[in-house]
Ligand binder design. Structure first.
Ligand SMILES: Nc1ncnc2c1ncn2[C@@H]1O[C@H](COP(=O)(O)OP(=O)(O)OP(=O)(O)O)[C@@H](O)[C@H]1O
Ligand SMILES: Cc1cn([C@H]2C[C@H](O)[C@@H](COP(=O)(O)O)O2)c(=O)[nH]c1=O
Length: 189
């Protein structure tokens, strides 16, 4: 599962990885949160388009996740597919934790319904301001908000033993780093 702040290159890298792994003959499912199935995409539209109160928002994210697991992720894993996810519980910890409190959000994210991924990778890079200006949430929180989220990702990564990978350099350089990490974790050969 690939995570990190807005605009670091998550979607690009998930697609690149899927492409390379399929070339090697692996069956790969790419999905994202919020999203991944019809309910998830409806939740995505609702949450990203409006300013809901934080409790309503977190329960929508969590409901979408439970459904996404049940409808998409668990069946794919059961069929032996490699599932590459663009965002998952780390986003909830970083974004909703900042508003509702880290402990309560961590507790909700560790409910048994939410499978722990085999590998959590945080993609990290410095961003040119021009790229941030294109980001939805940046517009409401500014560069300072983005920096806070970046440091929250790094601090959770340390706390939970996730793997942080540099997203600096070309897309091709970054995907090779990610392939190395997947190989070292025994997920690919
Ligand atoms: N290694 C890279 N170096 C420079 N630019 C990159 C790199 N990887 C992706 N980009 C560009 O950065 C922008 C954001 O990429 P992408 O959509 O993959 O990021 P993201 O983390 O999924 O963003 P978001 O969280 O906002 O959905 C795109 O314009 C993409 O082409
Ligand atoms: C899963 C999840 C996501 N979010 C936020 C983080 C981003 O601002 C958007 C998703 O946009 P993207 O284009 O797919 O990066 O949703 C969140 O706040 N909480 C979550 O659990």
């Amino acid at each position: 599962m690939l995570e990190g702040p807005d605009r670091v290159g998550k979607s690009t890298q998930v697609e690149q990885l899927a492409h390379l792994l399929r070339q090697r003959g692996r069956s790969v499912l790419v999905s994202r949160e919020p999203g991944g199935d019809a309910l998830g995409e409806a939740i995505r539209t609702m949450v990203l388009a409006s300013h809901l109160d934080p409790w309503t928002e977190i329960f929508l994210f969590l409901a979408g996740r439970a459904r996404h697991l049940d409808e998409v992720i668990e069946p794919a894993l059961a069929h032996g597919e490699l599932v590459l996810l663009d965002r998952y519980t780390p986003s909830t910890l970083v974004y909703q934790g900042a508003e509702l409190g880290d402990e309560v959000v961590a507790e909700l994210c560790s409910l048994p319904v939410f499978r722990t991924p085999e590998l959590t990778i945080i993609l990290d890079r410095e961003l040119p301001l021009a790229e941030l200006e294109a980001s939805d949430r940046f517009e409401s929180t500014g560069l300072a908000g983005w920096q806070v989220r970046r440091s929250r990702y790094l601090s959770f990564s340390h706390r939970f033993g996730w793997t942080t990978v540099s997203g600096e350099g070309s897309e091709e350089e970054v995907v090779l780093r990610l392939l190395d990490v997947l190989t070292a974790a025994g997920i690919i050969e």
